[in-house]
Design a protein around this ligand. Structure first.
Ligand code: PLP
Length: 385
């Protein structure tokens, strides 16, 4: 594909940083991971950052740190990557979905409230609700936060798409309206560490629990009831954890990338404005931007007239070397989730949206002539319909 839907932007500074760390004493468990954690936390305006080897791992330990387990429920959006829901099942909990709002494509607060009312009457309220900032535009966090106080659930923001985005003039990740926020650094996302993820929180206990869970449940500090081993060799396992550590090689790349995050997001905003301007008269639905949000535009999703037009536009653009993509097949429509009892029609807004959506290329290195080619090719397809 000559023009993908998204790709990383690596410069000489990134390469030099990684080469330097390769020549240093630490490839992992050195100083770079804590440095990256502090820089991300400061950038977002949160107290703590916990870096791990993927956003999926971060979501998993976030759920565990909030005590999600058997007999608990996690609710998320059906319009997301499967990982958001899978982590609930990995904790042994049950997963359910809250349908999206047809204009924001994010979890609908009214649907959430209705579902909470029903769940309350049946005694099956969720322990965690996980809104997903789809395409980089914030969910209505004030509304979701208000409901969390009323119904007593915790909030994990899946901000995999939203590094560098803002909500009410504050950076996503400051956890003002959540317990934990999770970012992804996969190469198609806003900044990259090749593979990697990070959780921010303002709660010290939650941060400490996540640090334990990412590294075997082991710590160096000695607990009071364990007097027998006191030497420098000492470590103790106090819970069951995984090895979800980020390496210093990855963290170094992350630090270097983070220094350009605003540049990346500004460029994506600029590309989005071009799409809004050039496509305003086309028979498509553009991704509306809502008051109080500043999107990082991880994706630029448009909706075509119907599924038939979507398929033909997809195929035509792919044939021209344009890597359009579809985000997302609703999670509850995956065979694995069908086997858990979910059916077609369960979350109609996300299903209707999925039928017609197409992601146009948007990334830092997309230049004007390539974007014009994308726009012209799309217009050509639309006039042929
Ligand atoms: C990419 C993504 C993830 C998973 O991120 P990884 O870092 O690849 O584990 C989770 N949720 C959403 C919404 C994503 O887009």
């Amino acid at each position: 594909m000559s023009i993908p839907y998204g790709r990383q932007s690596i410069n000489q500074q990134d390469i030099d940083a990684v080469v330097d760390v390769l020549k240093s004493d630490f490839l992992t468990q050195g100083p770079k991971v804590p440095e990256f954690e502090v820089k991300m936390a400061v950038y977002c305006g949160a107290e703590y950052g916990v870096a791990v080897n993927s956003a999926t791992s971060a979501l998993h330990i976030a759920c565990l740190a909030l005590g999600l387990g058997k007999d608990d429920f996690l609710w998320t959006s059906p319009n997301t990557f499967v990982a958001s829901a899978n982590v609930g099942l990995l904790c042994g909990a049950q997963v359910d979905f809250v349908d999206i709002d047809s204009s924001t494509y994010n979890m609908c607060p009214i649907e959430l409230e209705n579902k909470l009312k029903q769940a309350e009457s049946k005694g099956v309220l969720p322990k965690i609700v996980m809104p997903v900032h789809f395409a980089g535009q914030s969910c209505d966090m004030q509304a979701i936060y208000r409901l969390s106080k009323q119904y007593g659930f915790a909030i994990i923001e899946d901000a995999s798409h939203a590094v560098g985005a803002s909500y009410l003039d504050q950076k996503i990740g400051n956890c003002r309206y959540s317990d934990i926020t999770v970012f992804s650094f996969h190469p198609v996302k806003i900044i990259t560490t090749a593979e990697g993820g990070l959780a921010t929180t303002n709660n010290k206990d939650i941060a400490e629990r996540m640090r334990l869970l990412r590294a075997h449940g082991v710590r160096k500090k000695q607990s009071d009831n364990n007097h027998s081993f006191n030497g420098d060799w000492f470590y103790e396992q106090i819970t069951l954890g995984m090895n979800y550590r980020m390496s210093d090689v990855q963290a170094t790349l992350g630090i270097s990338q983070l220094s350009r995050v605003d540049e990346f997001v500004n460029k994506r905003q600029e590309l989005a404005s071009n799409y809004f301007k050039e496509l305003s008269t086309c028979p498509i639905t553009l991704p509306e931007q809502f008051k109080g949000t500043y999107s990082s535009f991880h994706l630029f999703p448009i909706q075509l007239k119907n599924s038939i037009v979507r398929k033909s536009v997809f195929e035509h653009m792919r044939k021209k070397g344009i890597g359009v993509q579809v985000h997302y097949i609703p999670v509850h429509r995956q065979p694995f989730y069908n086997n858990l009892g979910f059916n077609k029609g369960d979350f109609p807004n996300s299903e209707n949206y999925y039928e017609k959506v197409l992601s146009l290329p948007i990334y830092k290195a997309l230049n004007d002539s390539d974007q014009s080619f994308v726009i012209d090719t799309l217009k050509e397809c639309l006039s042929a319909e």
